[in-house]
Design a protein around this ligand. Structure first.
Ligand SMILES: Nc1nc2c(ncn2[C@@H]2O[C@H](COP(=O)(O)OP(=O)(O)OP(=O)(O)O)[C@@H](O)[C@H]2O)c(=O)[nH]1
Ligand SMILES: [Mg+2]
Length: 316
């Protein structure tokens, strides 16, 4: 399969992805499960957490993409809370960046001290598993394939590591994420290459925010929202009357999707949010409520997972 001049992998079926992950986990003493904090809702796999029970360590990847106001230890504490709300316990949580090397030496010394005979690196597609393996291996070791395309690693890849083995695995294809509604080119634009932007909006009753042509939030109350989305998303301020028509029409200037993307069916949901709560939208980002409670109506492509949670980044 060719993808914009590059050779793109033929996707594995979800059944095969899960079978390979199960195989890797059952033959490992330690499981590094990767979660991307900028898409916590879209990259946390309850299935992998269940399979890895008792041997789970969580790696928070791509920390370099969090906005500069993020405090690493707060994000780690928040992640621990979110895991425990789901009944999951991690032996340790490692915030890292395979891009700039942050946190890699702490993770390496944990692995050397624990010295499991086999460690599995698991997570959804594109979360950065192969990039982490590359960081952990000595410089001279053959490099795993790393790419912006989801579904790059197609089989278990076992490498010697400090007297044991470390295993890279194909990612699980997550369901209910924004990328499932986009063509490959628009999917790539959703992957940030620099820290995601954080913008504050004061909205009147009936005020609306469009996230390109990917969805919108209509406010039923006067409120202040902090919006965290990739910089490539054009946030357009409008009102409750105009927002649904703009989404349906998807003019080119709005961006986010194009004529090659599959047609979208829209779904409306209402959320009541308290101050210091986030509404996370899988594969897109999140909004955080500041000051007063509000009710928002979200119009999103059908099947997108959403989550109301305590705020990941606290107000400063
Ligand atoms: N900014 C940033 N990008 C990263 C980081 N780790 C990985 N990436 C990028 O994320 C994309 C996916 O990385 P991979 O390592 O191929 O992801 P994977 O989990 O192995 O993906 P599959 O093999 O498809 O399951 C690539 O474009 C990487 O360059 C990181 O720490 N920071
Ligand atoms: Mg990979």
């Amino acid at each position: 399969m060719t993808h914009y001049g590059e050779l793109a992998p033929t996707p594995l079926s979800q059944e095969v992805e899960l079978k390979l992950a199960k195989n890797a986990i059952s033959h490992s003493q330690l499981v590094l499960m990767l979660i991307d904090p900028i898409d916590f809702a879209g990259t946390l796999s309850p299935e992998l957490i269940r399979l890895a029970q008792g041997k789970l360590a969580v790696v928070l990847t791509k920390m370099d993409l969090l906005p500069p106001i993020a405090k690493t230890q707060e994000v780690v504490a928040w992640c621990r809370e979110e895991l425990s709300r789901r009944g999951a316990r991690a032996q340790a949580i490692f915030p890292i960046s395979s891009k700039n090397g942050m946190g890699i030496s702490r993770l390496s010394s944990f692995l050397r001290k624990r010295a499991p005979s086999r460690t599995a690196i698991v997570g959804v597609t594109n979360v950065g598993k192969s990039a982490l393996l590359e960081r952990l291996l000595p410089q001279a070791a053959p490099k795993p394939t790393i790419s912006t395309l989801a579904g790059t690693t197609l089989d278990l890849n076992s490498r010697p590591y400090h007297g044991g083995q470390i295993l890279d695995t194909p990612g699980l294809t997550p369901e209910g994420r924004m990328d499932a509604h986009l063509c490959p080119s628009c999917q790539t634009k959703l992957i940030p290459s620099s820290p995601i932007s954080s913008m504050l909006y004061e909205l009147d009753r009936g005020g609306a925010l469009l996230f390109g042509s990917l969805g919108c939030l209509i406010n039923h109350d006067q409120t202040v929202l902090q919006v965290y989305v990739p910089g490539s998303i054009n946030i357009h301020r409008t009102n409750a009357e105009k927002a649904p028509a703009l989404l349906a029409e998807a003019p080119r200037w709005l961006g986010g999707s194009c004529a090659k993307c599959p047609p979208k069916k829209w779904e409306e949901q209402e959320f009541t949010l308290e101050p210091l709560e986030d509404l996370a939208i899988a594969g897109l980002g999140w909004v955080s409520v500041r000051r007063m409670p509000t009710t928002v109506q979200a119009i999103l492509p059908q099947g997108i997972r959403t989550q109301v949670r305590s705020a990941m980044l606290q107000k400063r």
